[in-house]
Design a protein around this ligand. Structure first.
Ligand SMILES: [Zn+2]
Length: 167
């Protein structure tokens, strides 16, 4: 049987590895979503010429883009839809738990608009299973601020430690 100090070290290593695996799961989910979006957009892009065949040009025999109004508009709308789908995938990812990938809930507005320097307004979201809190700044004066994710300790561990301090 391994001495306790060894098993504690092993336990810490396992915990760290579990944390890395959860982190990888989060990014793998984003990659999978983007791959699915890419596949969808590719299929739509491929079926566009079938649904709306390129127009027969009378005096010009090149690419109709930029020469035929309807065709050009359709291509513009398609590129807008493509950008929208990718944006939606990333936006959805930002408001997901980094541990269990569930949608974060219960937005609470903290801080105050009259205290921009100290206690600026933020919206806090939490995971329904208590894995962590996401703090999103409402004021983005100094450029884009990435949302701040703070993982929580295990709920049961915290409860037990509270109980121990009472004794
Ligand atoms: Zn969670």
């Amino acid at each position: 049987m391994a001495p306790i100090s060894f098993s504690v070290a092993e336990c810490g290593r396992l915990e760290k590895r579990a944390g890395v695996q959860e982190y990888m799961k989060y990014w793998a989910y984003l990659v999978a979503k983007l791959a699915l979006a890419g596949l969808f957009l590719y299929r739509v892009g491929r079926s566009l010429p079938v649904l709306l065949p390129p127009p027969k040009m009378r005096f010009y025999t090149g690419e109709p883009f930029g020469h035929d109004l309807v065709y050009t508009l359709i291509m513009f709308v398609y590129s807008l839809v493509a950008a929208g789908v990718v944006w939606l995938a990333i936006w959805d990812q930002r408001y997901r738990c980094r541990t269990c990938l569930r949608k974060l809930r219960m937005p609470i507005l903290t801080g105050d608009w009259t205290h921009i320097l100290l206690g600026r307004p933020r919206t806090e979201y939490i995971c329904p299973f208590g894995h962590g809190t996401l703090k999103v700044d409402e004021v983005q004066i100094t450029g884009h601020l990435a949302p701040d994710w703070q993982p929580h300790e295990d709920m049961w561990k915290e409860l037990v430690s509270l109980d121990d301090t009472k004794k």
